[in-house]
Design a protein. Structure first.
Length: 169
């Protein structure tokens, strides 16, 4: 279901990529969808070209605007360390599952946006990994991807954009 067909008014769980936005634009996007909590899922919570998205600076800027910040990139980040030991792998999987449950619990009480770096969710683990896992655990809940233009996309819309267009002969 796409955002144009409804459903986003009940939405509680979103993703957003900072994509080098200015802070003003980023906060406009968050406020436009009444986001109350930003969960940073970047494995490395920093940005050289947009230093205002470094963890400490972002956390401070969010707090100044009444938005909570939670860093879960260690457990939900896209670049986990290579784990070869079975015990370490099991611990990583447990931490991942626990972090997903924490996000779902937050989304029952507030509007939550998972923060990644890429504006287009198709190029980010928010779409490829986190959204499907959260939706599978949420009993019918849906994750919406908040784009830089302020519009929302669901996973089906992102996937349709990824399918090769058939040329007319």
């Amino acid at each position: 279901m796409s955002s144009e067909r409804g459903g986003q008014s009940e939405a509680r769980l979103f993703t957003i990529g900072h994509a080098r936005h200015t802070l003003e634009r980023f906060f406009s996007l968050l406020h436009g969808h009444s986001i109350q909590v930003v969960v940073d899922v970047r494995a490395k919570p920093s940005s050289r070209p947009a230093r205002h998205f470094n963890k400490a600076e972002l956390q401070q800027a969010l707090a100044a605007r009444g938005i909570n910040y939670l860093y879960l990139g260690k457990d939900l980040g896209a670049n986990p360390a290579d784990v070869t030991d079975d015990n370490l792998r099991a611990a990583r999987e447990h931490a991942y599952a626990a972090a997903l449950e924490r996000v779902l619990d937050l989304s029952r009480r507030a509007k939550v946006a998972l923060l990644g770096a890429e504006e287009d969710p198709a190029g980010c683990h928010r779409y490829a990994l986190l959204a499907p896992d959260l939706e599978a655990r949420s009993e019918g809940g849906q994750v919406w991807h908040l784009r830089g233009n302020g519009k929302l996309e669901d996973d089906e819309a992102v996937q349709r954009r990824q399918e090769p267009q058939l040329s007319l002969l």
